[in-house]
Ligand binder design. Structure first.
Ligand SMILES: Cc1ncc(COP(=O)(O)O)c(C=O)c1O
Length: 405
């Protein structure tokens, strides 16, 4: 086999995206033992850093090893006992994923839906909570499949009023859009690195409120091989996954340092670097950067005579959806962009598959040159495929956004 030598792609889809170079070099840092005080020191630093990323005081702020859905699964499987009611408002593919994971955890899942391209009003969610009386509200913040950003600000207060645990999957939105765990009264949040945080997939930072931790502690059952006399079983049922058993994972990340899995050291290095990178730039600056380049991409796409998809008032900063023009073959355009220009853009899933393209501007790729290269290349490919457009308008539109910023 040949040496590993991937082509130098520019990843301008909905994620993953190219890593920040400093994150890549963190990943190739030498390993140390999992109980080395330097390593446990790094684990503590990661907890501290992600409290700032999530804007929370939650002690229980840590990493789940695995891609973003590992974080989702850990949060849900640890708090859902079979038969518990869970409400999932679905506005795209990832709402269906929350539904699927909650169902597999044994929940009685209730969904409400809006058409893809829209988001829910607080009243719609409150009405459903009143009717269903769920134990958990599980909701995506930024659903990359539709590019929509669900406002969460008012939902935490509603959840508290009805004694509902409030969980959000902010994988695709954190770092590029505002997220306030404590202010919005969330009980659990999970994310991933491969979007606006600018890292590889493979680590899922999570944060958990005291209320959430108290609840899952009742399900604490330490596995036999590492159990001591002082470990007592919780009063509630044992969590159905060992790997995603949050009380045991908390024992590992907490003072007891009770062994659970072997922490994925290289991914922890990456997660640490992603957080430092974000905090050094400043969260507000990073969000503003995503808004600027996202807007330049959207205006540029309009200049290509492409119609923007979805409710633009609720668009994520970091990804824009555009309808694929009827007179071109969407997959052919994507493959020409990839093969001739080394640029990757995305299509979507389910009802939007083959109907929209998704153009991402996130993390390391939320940059002027990346936006301009993508627009210029897309213009060439579209023009040659016979799509009607005014040459130069896309770049002019984008440059206008930059000039007026
Ligand atoms: C909102 C959201 N949730 C979950 C996921 C799943 O992430 P992963 O593929 O890292 O498990 C994604 C991935 O695109 C996502 O955008």
């Amino acid at each position: 086999m040949k040496r590993l030598n991937p082509p130098p792609r520019l990843l301008m889809g909905p994620g993953p995206i190219n890593c920040y170079p400093r994150v890549l070099s963190a990943m190739s840092t030498q390993l140390i033992g999992q109980y080395d005080p330097v390593m446990t020191g790094y684990m503590n630093e990661v907890m501290q850093l992600y409290r700032q990323v999530f804007n929370t005081e939650n002690t229980a702020t840590l990493l789940i090893d695995g891609t973003s859905r590992a974080g989702i699964e850990a949060v849900l499987v640890s708090c859902i006992e079979p038969g518990d009611k869970v409400l999932v408002p679905v506005f795209g593919r990832f709402g269906h994923l929350l539904q699927e994971i909650a169902e597999r955890a044994g929940a009685e899942v209730h969904t409400i839906e809006v058409p893809w391209g829209q988001v829910f009003s607080p009243d719609q969610v409150e009405d459903a909570i009143k009717k269903i009386r769920p134990k958990v509200l599980a909701m995506v913040q930024g659903d990359t499949s539709t590019t929509m950003l669900q406002p969460l600000q008012q939902l935490g207060e509603i959840c508290r009023r009805y004694d509902v645990l409030f969980y959000s999957d902010a994988t695709a939105s954190i770092g590029g859009n505002p997220f306030e765990t404590d202010q919005w009264q969330l009980d659990a949040v999970s994310v991933g690195l491969q979007k606006c945080l600018g890292g590889p997939s493979g680590s899922a930072p999570i944060t958990l409120s005291e209320r959430y931790v108290e609840l899952v502690r009742k399900r604490h059952h330490v596995e036999a091989g590492i159990r001591s006399e002082h470990h007592e079983n919780g009063s509630a049922s044992r969590i159905r996954s060992n790997y995603f058993d949050i009380p045991m994972i908390l024992d590992y990340w907490g003072e007891e340092r009770l062994n659970h899995h072997t922490e994925a050291t290289s991914m922890l290095y990456c997660a640490r670097e992603c957080a430092i990178n974000l905090l050094e730039e400043g969260q507000a600056n990073c969000i503003a950067r995503h808004a600027l380049h996202g807007n330049a991409m959207a205006q540029g796409a309009s200049g290509l005579n492409l119609r923007l998809f979805g409710d633009q008032k609720h668009k994520m900063n970091n990804v824009v959806g555009v309808y694929i023009p009827e007179n071109v073959n969407g997959e052919q355009i994507r493959s020409q962009l990839l093969n001739d220009f080394n640029i990757e853009i995305g299509t979507s899933f389910g009802p939007l598959h083959g109907k929209i393209w998704r153009l991402g501007t996130m993390g390391y790729n939320a940059r002027k040159d990346a936006v301009l290269h993508t627009l210029q290349s897309l213009e060439t490919v579209l023009r040659r495929a016979g799509h009607k457009l005014s040459p130069g308008e896309a770049i002019d539109n984008a440059l206008e956004v930059y000039q007026s910023a």
